[in-house]
Design a protein around this ligand. Structure first.
Ligand code: B4P
Length: 187
């Protein structure tokens, strides 16, 4: 099973991707987590990513695409994967298409989590208190939501056109949302 999970910041992508990937027995690949691990480790990739993430901007496509290409080429991705937070731009969609096509592979589903804007802001402000993430301040959250609607929301139409899109209500408890995703991807 090759899945993508998308949705605005705070929709529950990371939360759900961990659980669903575990149930399906495929690796969970979060570009945000990989960037944060590199920031913590002080790598050159982390230093570059931090400049963008701390202001709510996307890391440049060239950097992100190369990182995902490397990750998807590993053996554990052969049975499938759950991509969380990638693709986020039209250029990333094209690049992912090429990565898959070169191996004769295709996506099975793209699950879009839909959540009210007010709810995502509350979730991210709560996470700011719990975890102190630098990109969870009010101003940066506002910018991340703008960047999402400008650059990532248009991807929904692309995947709908391809017949891959499933929309999942992301409101409610974590368990309720997980059950909806599993039903939507017929797992
Ligand atoms: P991400 O790490 O993807 O961060 P995110 O959009 O905030 O989603 P996340 O998965 O962390 O949060 P979730 O909704 O699960 O990206 C961070 C940054 O990395 C981006 O802004 C960008 O700079 C960079 N980046 C990543 N991918 C990139 C790409 N492809 N191209 C360029 N740049 C990229 O959860 C949010 C909170 O809600 C959590 O605290 C959670 O506990 C809570 N929550 C979840 N489900 C809930 C529920 N049902 N009820 C109540 N709370 C819930």
């Amino acid at each position: 099973m090759r899945l993508v999970i998308m949705g605005p910041p705070g929709a529950g992508k990371g939360t759900q991707a961990v659980v669903v990937a575990g149930i399906l027995g495929v690796p969970h690949i979060s570009t945000g987590d990989i960037f944060r691990a590199n920031v913590s480790a002080g790598t050159p990739l982390g230093e570059e990513a931090q400049r963008y993430m701390s202001s709510g901007e996307y890391v440049p496509d060239s950097v992100t695409n190369a990182m995902v290409r490397d990750r998807l080429s590993r053996d554990d991705c052969r049975p499938g994967f759950m991509l969380d937070g990638y693709p986020r731009t039209l250029e990333q969609v094209t690049e992912l298409d090429m990565m898959l096509q070169s191996d004769g592979l295709h996506l099975n589903y793209v699950a879009e989590l839909t959540v009210d804007t007010e709810e995502v802001i509350q979730r991210l402000l709560k996470r700011a208190q719990d975890q102190g993430r630098v990109d969870d301040t009010v101003d940066v959250i506002r910018r991340r939501l703008e960047v999402y609607s400008e650059q990532t929301a248009p991807l929904v139409a692309v995947y709908r056109e391809r017949g891959l899109l499933v929309q999942v209500d992301g409101m409610g408890s974590v368990d309720e949302v997980t059950a909806r995703i599993l039903a939507a991807v017929e797992a």
